[in-house]
Design a protein around this ligand. Structure first.
Ligand code: SF4
Ligand code: SF4
Length: 101
């Protein structure tokens, strides 16, 4: 019968990272779609801010100021939840490839 491995024989499964370091791991490069903000149509309801799972919507003094593309993964939730009219959207989802120079 083969001898069982001890804990020292088990290879490291992955990179061990420090807790609380999410700001160092920019996830924007995962994006296939990009939300584009049209401030002229924004009513500053902040639905996008509350729904964004990555806290990528920036706000100052109770008003939306933009999208932090370092952390936006392009899930499109903000675009779905934005209550502005389709003919005058404050947020639109576009293909990320449209922004590659
Ligand atoms: S697309 Fe998703 S991750 Fe990006 S700002 Fe909108 S809700 Fe946040
Ligand atoms: S959900 Fe739409 S209207 Fe509301 S703050 Fe965000 S972009 Fe502006």
């Amino acid at each position: 019968m083969a001898k069982e491995k001890g804990w020292k024989d088990v290879p490291m499964a992955g990179l061990i990272v420090e807790p609380g370091n999410s700001v160092e791991y920019k996830t924007g490069s995962w994006r296939s779609y990009r939300p584009v903000w049209h401030p002229e149509n924004c009513i500053h309801c902040l639905f996008c801010f509350y729904y964004c799972p990555d806290s990528a919507i920036t706000v100052k003094d109770g008003k939306m100021t933009g999208i932090n593309y370092d952390f936006c993964k392009g899930c499109g939730i903000c675009v779905t939840e934005c209550p502005t009219k389709p003919e005058k959207p404050a947020l639109e989802l576009k293909l990320e490839s449209e922004f590659i120079e």
